[in-house]
Design a protein around this ligand. Sequence first.
Ligand SMILES: *Cc1c(COP(=O)(O)O)cnc(C)c1O
Length: 375
Amino acid sequence: MNPKILQLAHSGIQQLKPYAPGKPLSELEREYGITDAVKLASNESPFAPANSVMTAIKNHMAELNRYPDGNGFELKAKLAAKHQLQQTQISLGNGSNDILELAARTFVSAGDEVIFSQHSFAVYPIVTMAVNGSMQIATALPPNHSSQPYGHDLSAMLELVNKRSKLIFIANPNNPTGTYLSIAQIKEFMSSLPETVIVVIDEAYYEYVEQQDYASALELIVEYPNLIVTRTFSKAYGLPGLRIGYGLSQPAIADCLNRVRQPFNVNYLAQVAAIAALDDKAYLKQAIDNNRQQMEFLKQEFTDLNLDYIPSVGNFICVKVATDDAAPIYLKLLEQGIIVRPVASYDLPQYLRVSIGTKTENERFIAALKIALGA
Ligand SMILES: *Cc1c(COP(=O)(O)O)cnc(C)c1O
């Protein structure tokens, strides 16, 4: 790499480490000369998209010579009805990550402070550093916390708020820990903040959560002009390959994000697919049912193997496979054709994060894990 070129970038970019995605299946199969590998590394749905969605995509391919509807009218109409909001409150994104980035580009200038938690989603530091914002990382709850080990500590986050604070990212549930915050905690947090600080509540895993005290922060939008709630079609709806998500807020925030976004940030087939996906309740239910059953299966297996795990409400779980470094176990799983996610970069070096797969995939993972551990 030519260091002179890197020096031309601003200091935030110079310090930025690029996002490390889960290892692609094709790469593992190529490297190890195997077939039939299992990927449980990117919190993807183990199921192909709904048939209704694939049919809708096929039926609209012939229109790809046209630009998509830049305002996403039809999809916004559907989302507005679903969430009982106005279309002017919806921002569509090329994945919900697009909305996270738009929020940073819209509200954060160089030197402004952006607050998020330790062990939180890797995209928050990236979008912050890309605008040369100053990261303020709140210490997470302790490993021995009774219900949410390594979870967001909202009082620690609140302590970081000052005149330079512009933006706060909260993942609820959080990735990679799978911990969550109750709606009561979110309410109290919002009421303690000055309205000059924009809050993004990232609900990428919303559909999976079944806890009684959990609810979407959507209900708070009417009260808080500084709140953005993000959702995605990448997880329970099984469409990460298409890249589509959205933000919900009062119209004023949506207006600001709309000024910054690219004119056609959400591609045509993604819009078509999302519209069809919203109608397919059976697909969503099956995804959630599988997740519930298979999460139970994995937790039971971990308990039988005497492995600690972080209780998760998402479609993934972090399991502690080493007292110091989980990397050797990760490699032993790779050798057996199983890709999971090391989370050392999230400050959780003893853990591996495994996405919830199908019954067959999870059984293969557990069998391989036993071999890797010599259990
Ligand atoms: C997976 C994930 C997303 C989804 O991002 P998309 O751009 O919608 O695919 C968002 N936030 C968190 C915390 C995630 O783990």
